[in-house]
Design a protein around this ligand. Structure first.
Ligand SMILES: [Zn+2]
Length: 105
């Protein structure tokens, strides 16, 4: 068997394997999708532990007290960060204005 024959055979085999793998994956995905549409209603997940919770739950945490606490802490931290994002540039602008006023006056 020549070298070219060997390479061609190997390439064919690899292509066949790739096709098989792809079709298997497609079938699995189809199965998964079918299961999903049959058994799982629309829902969201707890932002802390990712367990499924009802869609209309607000805030998006489960009933676990640890999750509620953690979410509250996160929210507080987020609010603080947002405040700082406005506060620090505000102070910088204020200082700049004061300096300009002082320089002119
Ligand atoms: Zn949770």
């Amino acid at each position: 068997m020549s070298r070219a024959d060997k390479i061609a055979k190997a390439a064919r085999r690899t292509a066949q394997e790739a096709r098989d793998a792809a079709s298997k994956r497609r079938q699995e995905e189809r199965k998964k999708r079918a299961n999903k549409s049959l058994s799982v209603d629309a829902h969201r997940h707890c932002v802390v532990c990712w367990s499924p919770i009802p869609l209309d739950r607000d805030p998006a945490v489960c009933t676990e007290s640890g999750c509620i606490e953690k979410n509250e802490k996160r929210e507080a931290a987020r609010k603080r960060l947002t405040l700082m994002m406005y506060l620090f540039p505000g102070i910088a602008v204020l200082l700049l204005i004061l300096q300009l006023a002082g320089g002119v006056g």
